[in-house]
Design a protein around this ligand. Sequence first.
Ligand code: GLU
Length: 489
Amino acid sequence: MRVRFAPSPTGYLHIGGLRTALYNFLLAKRHGGTFLLRIEDTDQTRFVEDAEQDIFDSLTWAGISFDEGPGKGGSFGPYHQSARSARYKDVADQLIGLGKAYVAFDSSGEIEALKEKLTSLENPNPRYDYATRSEMTNSLTLSKEETVLRMGRGDEYVVRLLVHPGKEVSFIDAVRGQVTFVSDAVDDQVLIKSDGLPTYHLANIVDDHDMEITHVIRGEEWLSSTPKHILLYDALGWTAPQMAHLPLILSPSGGKLSKRNAESEGIPVSVKQYRDKGYEPEALVNFLALLGWNPGTDQELMTVDEMAAAFSLDRVGQAGVQFDLQKLAWFNEQYLRGRSPLSIAQTIYPAAADRYPGVSLEFVAGAVSLMLERLSFASDVLDAAYLFEDPNSFDETAVAKRWKENSGPLCASFSKKLGTISPWTAESLQVCLKEFVEENGIGIGEIMFPARMALSGLPSGPDLYAMMALLGVDSVQRRLLRASTSIGV
Ligand code: GLU
């Protein structure tokens, strides 16, 4: 088995693209096959500078490694289509030689004029095909001499596939079963553009053939291109790989997850956005694996090895699947909680040090450990600013309701008592607070609430004793004293 992920570097990698890469990767892993990365960069008009780097970065981040490809090598390279132009030209020439492709000189203006002339109610969408090619300027309508002359003097031309009408063409799609179409519906597609570069269709099938790809797994949006590919394979006498078209990813409101409607529904579409937002890569991968495939059990949390062991194309659905951001958030929380506080702290430490200069890694790890059950994203802990610096405001509603006359004095005397504690641990702090309550003959809430307010400025939050243990004696005493003289006065 040889499979490939063949993105075009036309923008930041879309999450749908990451899912395609993942399914290819899982299938190869399952069958001990080879997974290769091929960069389809023949369309110079849509080239985006850092898109290729983003593809590598996104795959690496997601833990999807390839066996052959740019920077990795392999015996089927080069793996950039831009470095394979001569081969596409050869194949096009071969097709012309076989009488299966022809040269066409029409300018885009002339093609538009023809379309305009032929458009009617019965024929709303005329194309360059069996019905119209005889009216155009091409090597089928010109004499051989004229064709050679025009090519020789440098007239612009394209190479088109000669598609005969009336043929029924079928292929088996591993997800959709048998797909049949009639050749009348396919135009004489361009194989080589006037700039001498191949179109996607030609380059894609030549490479899949030359790279000995056995399974083409790609998004449903490519299904309509497949008839063209099958006709090309037939024309060349090559066997087409097994095809599998993955279901569309739909936005929560139902439409296709296009950039525009995804954004309006608050769903990031590029993998980069998920990386920047701080998603756990394993969570996104697990979520995407189940977006269109099911393992046949209720298991949701799966390692990549478990997914690979269970993966098969016949468990990929045909129907579009809705993107559920809440579900992804759930996966993210599960994976986050499975990590050690220190490893999470390491991930966010640069951001932590940037926001709270001088903070230590150990302190960040302590803060993560204190907040772990409350985090959706690793970096959320940094939003609990009171863990890192003294609060600069106190929740007014809670203060108005619950800060009593004795609250300030109690904070001050509690602070004094804390000076005697050793060791400074959550357990001894709890014992100390209980003693304080008894000594003063007060209810526990009469000191717990003011202390929490003094420390965090908020009426609720993480475990008070653990929070005090993290903050340390100096910081706790300072905050208690400050509150005793500033709140409610
Ligand atoms: N270059 C195409 C893309 O950008 C490849 C489609 C295919 O896998 O054939 O998705």
